[in-house]
Structure formats: structure tokens, C-alpha cells
Design a protein around this ligand. Sequence first.
Ligand code: FAD
Length: 323
Amino acid sequence: MADKVERLKTLIIGSGPAGYTAAIYAARADLNPVVYTGMEPGGQLTTTTEVDNFPGYPEGVDGPSMMIDLQKQAERFGTEVRMGMATAVEFSDEVGGIHKVTIDNDKVIEAETVIISTGATAKYLGLPSEQKLRGGGVSACAVCDGFFYKGQDVAIVGAGDTAAEEASYLANICSKVTMLVRKDHMRASKAMQHRVNSLKNIEIRYNTEVDEVLGDQVVEGLRMVNNLTGEKEEIAITGLFVAIGHKPNTDIFKGQLEMDETGYLITKGKSTKTSKPGVFASGDVQDKEYRQAVTAAGTGCMAALDAERYLATIESAEEVSTQ
Ligand SMILES: Cc1cc2nc3c(=O)[nH]c(=O)nc-3n(C[C@H](O)[C@H](O)[C@H](O)COP(=O)(O)OP(=O)(O)OC[C@H]3O[C@@H](n4cnc5c(N)ncnc54)[C@H](O)[C@@H]3O)c2cc1C
């Protein structure tokens, strides 16, 4: 059992833009970080072909290549990247306490600081035609991919604030946006509904669901079904945006860290500090507002700096107490 317990200064859970950026900063500060990749090494960007909005890539970059670049940069400064899932946690309440994280239900890591960068997973409808065309015109991120459909007809599914926000965003770029709302009303706030209703190139279809996404390699159209009458209708579109919510990957932190009502980790003020001393959160797992690679990377940097300062404060307090 002894070799299954390891002591670290900084453990980073998750290998998306937040986790790897935290690793770059932590490694350069001599915190000897270890990153556990989880089930999706490289994170959400490995599911997309074109990233055009991350600074430093003038010609754009495909998601998997960008994440390999980030991993290599983290490794250049000594980060150790390991395959494995955090399956349980026991965080200390004490300043300077040791946090325990179990990996793959087997190995236990004892860490002075933990940076959580486990991201959030976009929800999809689950239709086979939708899954087949993910990356071929089906997207869960209008801000990321809307630009590729400039001047074209697209559709969006969803009825909440995010869907309304993304529909308005798309309406500024695309010729026409058909918005599919499952019920006879939207969930979005009145202000957001007003915004959507005021845009002439958004057509809202209530009581309407996706029956099938049409197209072989890329999206060519959509068959919609009215869930009251059963009537089906096909429209020509080139992009389908699914805006039915995200699920933050925080199940293992329940009961350990403060979360909001939808499971996003709560951080204090402008910092990445969670409700436990020495545990920090960065990226989409604590941000339901922006959810972009560059903002995830920014908070990854902040988490590493917060961890470094936390450790420095503890070390100087220990020095004073031994004098
Ligand atoms: C299709 C698509 C296209 C996108 N395009 C763009 C774009 O063009 N530009 C842009 O800025 N943003 C884009 N985004 C959004 C962007 O991908 C996210 O904002 C960003 O990846 C968030 O980074 P993150 O590090 O917080 O989390 P993620 O990238 O979600 O990474 C989370 C990591 O945590 C790991 N993990 C989860 N649970 C555990 C666990 N228990 N133990 C260990 N590891 C765990 C996962 O394996 C993964 O490595 C896109 C998103 C999608 C879905």
C-alpha cells in the first residue's frame, strides 16, 4: 500500500487549456506539478477541428494540435503528465493541511495544493445523426464556431438564457437563424426573450424538436417535428447549434467544496480560491459565463499563482514559528 501513496506540492486535475496553463506556471515556479489527464486528454478542444480565436495562431489551429502544443509546453518545464481519473477526494479544512485525492480508485495522492480544472461537458440531444455530424456543422458553441457560418442559414436548439444569447450572437453573423423551442414558451429571462424577438432574422418555432440532422459529411438540412401535431418539416441549413446546457464535471467534489445550484464550483472574489484552503479551481468548471479556451487558460494561470502564493505564505509562517 505504501507505494500507492505519493506526496506532491501541486496536483492538477484535468488536461484542458486551464490545467495545462496552470501546469506551465506551476512548473516554472518549481512546484513540480503532476497533471492527471482524465478521460479526455487535452479536454474539449480535442473534439473540434478549427480554433480560430486563440491568440498566437494567426492561421488558426486544429484543436488536438493546439492541445499537444500546450502539453509539450507544460512538459518543457518539468510537468509530469499522467493518464488517470480522480475518483475521490478528501480535502483538508486546515490552512497548510494535506489534501487526499484518489486516482482510478487505487492510488492516493497527498497534495499540499490541488488545482481543479475538470471542465464542463456540453449536453447534446443524443440523436445518431447529430452525433455523426459533430464537427461537420453540429456544434455546442456559437461563439466558437458561429463565424464559420457567416452569411448562411443556421438553426439553434434551446430555450434558456444561453440559447437566447447564442441565437442573438448568430443573428449578427448569419442570414437566418431558426430557433427550436421544445415547449410553447422560452425559459430565458424576459429581457433575453425581448432581444431575440426584436431580431428580424430569428424565427422561433415553439413546440418543435429536431427529428433528424440531414447530411452525410456535413450538415445540409434539418428535419423538425412539431411535438403537438407530429407534423414534420425540412429546412436547408449548414450549421446546427445545440444550446441545451452544460454539466460541470464536479460530481466527485460534492459535499467537499461549495458549488452553485447547477454544480459549478464557487471561487472567492477575483481569485481561484475554493471553499477549502489550498484547493483552487480554474477553467469552465468554475465559469458558466464565458467558457472559452483563452479564459480557461487565464484562470489556469491565476490558479497556479494563487497556489504558489498560498505555499509561500505557509512556508514563511513555518519559518517564523521555528525561529
Ligand atoms: C465543439 C467545441 C468547440 C469549441 N471551440 C472553441 C474555440 O474555437 N475557441 C475557444 O476559445 N473555445 C472553444 N470551445 C470551448 C473550450 O473548449 C472550453 O472553454 C475549454 O476547453 C475549457 O477548458 P478547461 O481546461 O476548463 O476544460 P476542458 O477543456 O473541458 O478539460 C477538462 C479536462 O478535465 C479532465 N477531467 C474531467 N474530470 C476529471 C477527473 N475526475 N479526473 C481527471 N481529469 C478529469 C478531462 O479529461 C479534460 O482533460 C469549444 C468547445 C467545444 C465543445
